[in-house]
Each structure stands twice: as C-alpha cells, then as structure tokens.
Write a protein that binds this ligand. Structure first.
Ligand code: SF4
Ligand code: SF4
Length: 376
C-alpha cells in the first residue's frame, strides 16, 4: 500500500472543503455513493480518513468498514472536483483499501464469483469460453496488424456491441483479427483481487503477440483502461499500442474510410461519457468528433465530460449493491430525457448494461459502435 507518510501528506492536503461532493460551482451532486448513502464515509473525503486510520493503526478492521470501502463505483468524479494536490490519487487509495480489506475479510461474495468464473471459464460471467468460433464465423485471418480485444461484457452479454464493432471494422477494410482472449482483469483490479491479474495479462500479451499485431483496439472502456494503464502500473507492459474504438473510428472517419447513409432512423442523440474512458483516460472528444460527423443532432446533458454522472455500473457495484447501482443509473436516464433525445449513446458495454437496467424504454440506449454501424 502507499506509504503511510504519503497518505498523511494527502490527508493534510484534504482541507475538508467538500468540493468532492458537488460539481464545481454548480452544486449538483457529483458522488453517486455519498448522494445515496448520505454519510461522510461514503464520500472521498471520508474514505481518505478511513485509509489514514487504517495506515496509522488508529482504526481497527471491522465489518462497518466494508460498505464504505466497497460501495464506490470508482467513477473518479471526486478526483475531478477536488482542487487539492492529492486529487489524482483518490481512486488509487480506495482500490488499495479494497485490496487490504480482501486480505482481511476475503472478497465480497458477489466479487468472489468474478474470480471463480475467470479461473474456470476465463470470463467474468462464467459463460462458455469461445474464441476460435468467432475467427471462423467472420473469416478472420490468423495474422493481422490490429487485434480487436472484445472484453467479457461485449462478448458474453452485450453481444450487439461486439457484432457492430466487427461489422464497422470490416466495412472500413481494417486488417484485424480476434485472439483467444481471457478477461482483462478489470473486475478483479476494481474489487481488490489483484493476484490473478498477472497470469491474465501474460496470457493476453502472448495471444496478441502471436498474431503479429501492432495495435489493440477495445470496445470496452474498462478493458481500455486496464490494458493501457493498469498492466503498465503492475509492470506488465504490453509493448503495443492500445486504442479505444472511439479513437480508432474517429481516425477511420478522418481518413474517409467509412461512408455514411443519407437517410437514417436515428435523428437526435445525447452522449454519456463512460468514467473509464473520460475521467480515467481523459478521452472526451473522440466519441463527440464521430457523432458530430454523423447525420444526427447531438445534444449534451448538463453533466458531461469531467462532470458526468456515473452510470452506477462500475467498481463491482452493480453486482454487490444492485439497488444503489440502479438508482444511480435511473438518475442518468433522467438527465438524458431532459435533452429530448431519442437515443442515449455511450461507448462502454458496462454503461449500456447499467443504463438499460434503469431504462423504461422511453429512450433507446445503444453503444457508439452500434450507432456507427447503423449509419454506415
Ligand atoms: S478530498 Fe478534496 S474536495 Fe474532498 S474534502 Fe478533501 S480537499 Fe476537499
Ligand atoms: S470514485 Fe465516485 S463514487 Fe467513489 S468516492 Fe469518488 S465520486 Fe464517490
């Protein structure tokens, strides 16, 4: 865990201002956890004090710490609202607290299932593992310059995203293939179960290198963060370019490799920034550049980019705290409806899944890849 003296420095730079609780200068709630549980230890400021107390030995581990430590979507909104020097470390501290809590109590039952499923079936849902079938089904080559890393949620739950992504890459005549991928490890990293990730990363690195690719494209914001940031943090450098599909498609559009239809069934859209693409990886504009190039009207929600309200699905919260996760997603659906758009677009399968849980069918929720596929 981070050095005690470092955490102490960060804590002293926390001036208890409460900025992490609201969108800066607008006073709209920004922390879905604190907004729901209504107690200091469910905001970033409280969680930093818990970390400090644990580090100093002034706070003993007991069951009352579990919910404040795990009922956080790791959305990163607190990091963007806070103005103090420690701001960029808040989510890291929360994830380190989870690692220590797992060592103390073991994983939460809902999170333990991820680890069991990944060990037995190589994906977080326990679905039958497949890889070669897709290569054959789509007549993909054995060697290619680009690997499409599908991710568990697109591959086994939100399959329309996988199929739309493959379709778009084919329309643009990209030299790509699919590998025998294992879960990237994101569900484990976010829930304090770090140890198995080294083996997952090694498998994925070997599978990607084996096809001779120089670029990996992900259609999942969580995979994107994990492959490009977390693997490096753990000394598991992939030594290969990792690109989110929104960045890849933006470049395809710029190069004129995708032709848009004149007549479309979608006309008005709004966009939800996935936390793992926006706040975690600072990519806000590539999806907007694509949508602005399409024959549709994009209307922003009030809370967008850094100030986006989380979908409620991340950090293991959809499985461990479903009621709160759902309430968080419902609030985002409400934001989307205010724009009077027909369609809510995101670019992460987890966002689509969480937002659709809360949707009453008065707005269509789709992924950016599906939007592009329909309009090309
Ligand atoms: S974490 Fe940052 S924003 Fe929150 S109370 Fe501390 S200094 Fe203020
Ligand atoms: S990461 Fe999100 S849910 Fe967690 S404390 Fe920060 S703002 Fe709240």
């Amino acid at each position: 865990m981070t050095e005690s003296s470092t955490i102490e420095d960060w804590l002293h730079s926390c001036i208890r201002c409460g900025n992490c609780k609201y969108v800066f200068k607008e006073y709209e709630p920004s922390c879905p956890s604190g907004d729901f549980f209504h107690f200091e230890s469910f905001f970033a400021s409280g969680r930093l004090w818990i970390a400090h107390g644990i580090q100093k030995g002034e706070l003993k581990w007991d069951d009352s710490l579990i919910e404040p430590i795990f009922a956080c979507t790791t959305c990163g909104s607190c990091e963007k609202q806070c103005l103090s020097p420690h701001r960029e470390h808040i989510v890291d501290v929360i994830e380190e607290l989870r690692y220590l809590a797992v060592k103390e109590f073991g994983p939460l039952p809902a999170h333990q299932k991820f680890a069991e499923y990944i060990e037995s079936n190589h994906n977080a849902y326990g679905a039958d593992h497949h890889a070669r079938e897709l290569v054959d089904l789509h007549s993909l080559p054995k060697k290619a310059s680009v690997v499409y890393f599908i991710g568990c949620t697109s591959n086994y739950r939100e399959k329309e995203i996988r199929d739309a992504t493959i379709s778009v890459l084919k329309k643009a005549e990209v030299d790509f293939t699919i590998v025998d991928e294992y879960c990237c490890g994101s569900p484990l990293l976010r829930t304090g179960q770090i140890e198995p990730v080294t083996d997952l990363a090694d498998h994925n690195r070997f599978a990607i290198e084996a096809v001779g690719a120089s670029t990996v494209v992900t259609s999942c914001a969580g995979c994107y963060r994990t492959l490009s940031k977390d693997y490096n943090k753990q000394g598991l450098n992939l030594c290969i370019d990792v690109i989110h599909i929104s960045q890849f498609i933006r470049d395809l559009v710029d190069e004129g490799r995708l032709q848009f239809k004149d007549s479309v069934d979608i006309t008005t859209i709004t966009y939800h920034d996935p936390c793992h693409l926006g706040r975690h990886m600072n990519e806000y504009e590539a999806p907007r550049e694509i949508m602005n190039a399409l024959p549709v009207q994009l209307t922003e929600m009030d809370q967008n980019r850094e100030n986006t309200w989380c979908c409620g699905g991340g950090g293991g919260c959809r499985s461990a705290y479903p009621e709160w996760s759902l309430e968080t997603a419902k609030k985002r659906i409400t934001h989307a409806k205010v724009t009077n758009s027909d369609t809510l677009v995101s670019t992460c399968p987890f966002c689509k899944r969480a937002l659709n849980d809360a949707n009453d069918d008065s707005i269509e929720v789709i992924d950016l890849c599906e939007l592009v596929d329909r309009l090309t």
